[in-house]
Write a protein that binds this ligand. Structure first.
Ligand code: ZN
Length: 167
């Protein structure tokens, strides 16, 4: 099961993590890693300054000393790779969209769609290789995404507020 297993909690609920490493499952891991998440909107592709107004959420994820670097790096690299592919795609695809000769608004829309299509393989690849743990912040909920479905089930059991959303 390559995709991550997601557990959704209301945004104002503090998540309760099982006392186990979220990467290898070892009991009483003793360390935590702060994972930051924020609400990402596609509109930020058009208005990048919206990025600064996104609401941030920080969760402390239990992890053992051995897995700590893995948890930090897997997520960071995915962000870097995704941002890099967007950064490469935009200067290639927006002039292409411009060459169709439409007005600026249509050109912007075509450029955005082309960029989304171009980075789709990267997004799919990342979905098939999820980081150990990630969060996605929604309007009034937070999705806690675990590579380990086993750990996700334990997390869901520890949080009565979790919605019964089967992955
Ligand atoms: Zn571990």
């Amino acid at each position: 099961m390559p995709f991550s297993t997601d557990v959704r909690l209301p945004r104002d609920v503090e998540p309760v993590f099982p006392d186990a490493c979220c990467a290898c499952g070892a009991a009483a891991p003793g360390n935590t890693v702060a994972i930051k998440g924020r609400r990402v909107r596609w509109s930020e592709l058009f208005w990048p300054w919206l990025w600064f107004f996104g609401k941030r959420i920080v969760v402390a994820v239990p992890v053992c000393a051995a897995c700590q670097p893995r948890l930090r790096s897997s997520r960071r690299w995915q962000t870097v790779i995704l941002l890099a592919s967007v950064a490469v795609a935009i200067p290639i695809l927006f002039p292409l969209a411009k060459s169709f000769g439409f007005g600026w608004r249509t050109t912007k829309a075509i450029g955005a769609v082309l960029t989304l299509v171009a980075v789709l393989p990267v997004v799919l690849w990342q979905m098939l290789h999820p980081p150990v743990f990630d969060i996605t912040v929604g309007k009034d909920h937070v999705d806690y995404e675990f590579a380990s479905s086993d750990y996700a089930l334990r997390f869901r059991a520890a949080n009565p507020a979790a919605s019964e959303r089967e992955p």
